[in-house]
Design a protein. Structure first.
Length: 163
């Protein structure tokens, strides 16, 4: 049966949809790496290391946070006490900038990161399991989160794209 014909006969939520999606994925060169979960079992295995320029402080502006996100290619900017020690204090996401600045028609250069950031609980620890990372991303309704080490310093970011 062709994919087109199968799609026409598929019912929402039916097994046909999964078959079609799998066939389309395989036709586009996809394959299942059965060892992927074993290779990447904790957050430090999948995170992207952080650069100081990708962080911001509570005193920085929303403009700085947006520029840090653009530069890093990540949907969040870790908020740290200072960029030397990178002691983690919170996070600013694309949604925070959108809802806390743009939606209220505020000028981004006049809004501090402290006004729009999420608390330090919105993060992953480098030794969290991949399942814990997925849960935290879902719990905080974000696509990416900062990763902290055992000393509480930001050491990277993780996103749904890394999983």
């Amino acid at each position: 049966m062709s994919l087109t014909l199968a799609a026409e006969n598929a019912t929402p939520g039916g097994a046909e949809i999964d078959t079609i999606a799998t066939a389309r994925w395989e036709n586009e060169g996809g394959h299942i790496d059965e060892n992927k979960e074993n290779k990447m079992s904790c957050c430090s295995d999948v995170m992207k290391p952080i650069e100081p320029s990708s962080c911001c402080t509570p005193k920085d502006t929303a403009v700085h946070a947006a520029q840090a996100m653009r530069k890093s290619g990540c949907g969040c900017a870790p908020v740290v006490e200072n960029t030397e020690t990178r002691k983690f204090v919170g996070v600013v996401t694309e949604r925070d900038v959108c809802c806390g600045v743009t939606a209220d028609d505020r000028k981004a250069s006049e809004v501090s990161v402290a006004e729009i950031m999420k608390p330090s609980s919105a993060c992953c620890h480098q030794d969290d399991s991949v399942d814990d990372v997925r849960r935290k991303l879902h719990e905080h309704q974000v696509r990416s989160l900062p990763v902290v080490d055992s000393a509480g310093c930001c050491c990277g970011t993780v996103s749904v794209h890394h999983l």
